[in-house]
Design a protein around this ligand. Structure first.
Ligand SMILES: [Zn+2]
Length: 247
């Protein structure tokens, strides 16, 4: 967490998945105002994520402890940026089922995506603290991502690594005269660790909150998670593991 000297508005890259919902909780616990920033990327996950975004937002905005802290979601359409991406997430083809392995890692990779999101989020927050809204003029900003590590030193995407977020933090600080920081609070936690963070720190029913999140790569036509893609499996295992440790 960055040192708190002045009022801070936090922009959270928010997909509606477990990790980004946990990041919203973290931001609500630590900063004065929180702006969820949602990126419309098209592809297979879009609908199920939009439903989850709405549910999570509602639940947190109704939480008494977070009263008046959570701002309306800021939606950004970046569909065209990823229009030609060959990731299975965008093409909807060549899905890989089962746990994350080398093959799945490759199939779902969208290089640089988190960096694109972080850059756009920094620009949005920068406009908030430099006069777009009188209320936030002169505040400090922070941009947060819910990236996390994997179990047993498994490979993560390059833009989920700590070095990437250290670099982004340095860039945002240097380019905004230290008005905007970048933070990835869970970068050294596993996904189960992220669930435990929510269990220990959310001021709402944490199981209900986790249940409201969604992040399936290949949802059914009824917008239900498939249960078979790497992200569904990783999510289920993390929740089970966290439940065991929580008791
Ligand atoms: Zn799935």
């Amino acid at each position: 967490m960055i040192e708190k000297q002045q009022k801070t508005i936090a922009g959270v890259m928010f997909s509606g998945g477990l990790d980004s919902a946990a990041t919203l909780v973290y931001a609500l616990n630590n900063y004065d105002k929180v702006l969820p920033i949602c990126f419309g990327i098209g592809g297979t996950q879009q609908r199920i994520e939009a439903i989850a975004q709405e549910k999570v937002w509602r639940m947190l905005s109704k939480t008494r402890h977070y009263k008046n802290k959570l701002l309306l979601t800021y939606s950004v359409n970046v569909k065209d940026v990823f229009r030609h991406s060959q990731s299975a997430l965008q093409t909807g083809k060549n899905f890989v089922e089962g746990e994350y392995d080398e093959k799945a890692h490759e199939a779902f990779n969208v290089p640089y995506r988190n960096v694109v999101f972080a850059s756009i989020s920094t620009s949005i927050i920068e406009s908030f603290v430099t006069g777009a809204y009188d209320e936030y003029n002169g505040w400090r900003g922070v941009v947060l991502s819910g990236v996390h590590g994997r179990d047993n030193g498994e490979k993560t995407y390059l833009d989920c690594e700590e070095s990437c977020w250290d670099t982004l933090n340095e860039l945002s600080r240097n380019y905004t005269y230290s008005k905007i920081f970048t933070e990835a609070p869970f970068v050294n936690l596993t996904k189960a660790g992220v669930v435990l963070y929510v269990a220990d720190n959310a001021f709402c029913d944490w199981r209900k909150l986790i249940k409201a999140t969604a992040s399936c790569y290949n949802p059914t036509s009824q917008d239900e998670p498939c249960g078979k893609c790497p992200t569904c499996i990783e999510r289920t295992q993390a929740i089970e593991k966290a439940e065991k440790e929580f008791r």
